[in-house]
Design a protein around this ligand. Structure first.
Ligand SMILES: [Ca+2]
Ligand SMILES: [Ca+2]
Length: 278
C-alpha cells in the first residue's frame, strides 16, 4: 500500500511541473502599463486609461479562465505593480497605493511623504524584507529619483537622485539581493547596478532604448523591455539582444508565477502578450 501511495505522489509531482500551454493574448485593455500574477493564478494589470487624467485609472484582473474584470478603480495613472502577501502596491503618478484583496485601496505613500516631489512614479519593486523601491522618471529625460519605502509605509528615503548624473529617467527596477538594485534608464537605455546604501551606480549593460520593465528568469537571465522601440531584449555580455519585437509600446514586463512565461503589456495596442521562456 505504501508503495502505491509513493507512486501516486510521484505522478502528482510530475504533473505540477508539466509545461503549460501559452496563455491567450488579452486584448481590449486601456493603456496597460504593468502586470503581476498572484499566487492563486490571477493576473493583475494596471491601466492608465487616459494619460494625465486623474480618477480614471484602474486595475483589471484576469482569472485562470481568461475572464477580465475590473478589480480596482478610481486611480490616476497607475503604473508599476508589486505584490507582497495578498496586497498589491501600485505606483500611481505621484503616490503609492496599497490595494486590498477585495479591490479597495488606500494611499500608502502620499506625494508629500516623499523627500522631494515625485512627478512620474513608474516602477515598483519589493525586496525580501517587505521594503519597496520606486522609480520616479521625472520629466523622462533629465533627472529622476529612486526611493525606498520602508516596510509599513515610512520612512520614505532617497536611494539615488539626479546628483548622480547616471540617474536621468530611472524606470524598471529589480532587487538583486546583497544590498543592490538593478535600474534601467528610460532616457539612456543603460542598465545600472545601484548600491542601496550609497546610491553609487555601476554600468552593467547598454542598448535598451526606452528601457521599461525588467525581470530575471529562473535560469538567471535578465530580460528588459524597450517601450520606445517596442522590443524585448535579453542581456548578453553587457549588450542587449532582441528576443521579440513588433510591439507598439512594450511596457513593464513580469514573469508568470511559475516562471514559464513573460507577460508583456503593449500600452498602445491595449494588449497583454505572453512569451514562452526557454
Ligand atoms: Ca489616467
Ligand atoms: Ca514602467
Amino acid at each position: 500500500m505504501k508503495k502505491i501511495l509513493l507512486v501516486l505522489a510521484l505522478i502528482h509531482t510530475t504533473s505540477v511541473y508539466a509545461k503549460s500551454e501559452l496563455p491567450t493574448k488579452i486584448t481590449g485593455l486601456k493603456t496597460p502599463e504593468s502586470v503581476v500574477q498572484g499566487k492563486d493564478g490571477s493576473i493583475y494589470i494596471s491601466e492608465i486609461v487616459e494619460f494625465g487624467k486623474d480618477g480614471d485609472g484602474q486595475i483589471s484582473k484576469v482569472d485562470k479562465k481568461g475572464n477580465v474584470t475590473i478589480f480596482a478603480k478610481g486611480m490616476d495613472d497607475p503604473k508599476g505593480l508589486a505584490m507582497i502577501g495578498d496586497k498589491l502596491y501600485v505606483a500611481d503618478k505621484n503616490r503609492v497605493l496599497e490595494v486590498n484583496k477585495d479591490g479597495t485601496w488606500q494611499v500608502y505613500g502620499a506625494q508629500m511623504a516623499f523627500p522631494g516631489t515625485p512627478v512620474f512614479l513608474n516602477d515598483i519593486e519589493a525586496d525580501n524584507l517587505g521594503n519597496l523601491y520606486v522609480s520616479d522618471s521625472g520629466d523622462l529625460k533629465s533627472g529622476g529619483q529612486i526611493y525606498k519605502i520602508a516596510k509599513g509605509g515610512s520612512p520614505i528615503t532617497v536611494v539615488a537622485d539626479s546628483k548622480n548624473p547616471d540617474i536621468l529617467a530611472p524606470n524598471g527596477l529589480l532587487f538583486e539581493g546583497r544590498n543592490n538594485l538593478l535600474s534601467v534608464d528610460f532616457e539612456s537605455g543603460i542598465l545600472y547596478r545601484v548600491n542601496l546604501s550609497t546610491g553609487a551606480t555601476t554600468k552593467i549593460g547598454t542598448g535598451f532604448g526606452g528601457g521599461d520593465g525588467m525581470v530575471k528568469t529562473k535560469a538567471g537571465k535578465i530580460i528588459i523591455s524597450d517601450w520606445k522601440a517596442g522590443k524585448v531584449y535579453e542581456l548578453v555580455a553587457g549588450k542587449s539582444r532582441v528576443i521579440k519585437e513588433g510591439y507598439k509600446a512594450a511596457a513593464d514586463i513580469a514573469l508568470t508565477a511559475d516562471g514559464q512565461f513573460l507577460m508583456v503589456p503593449d500600452m498602445t495596442a491595449g494588449e497583454l502578450d505572453f512569451i514562452e521562456i526557454k
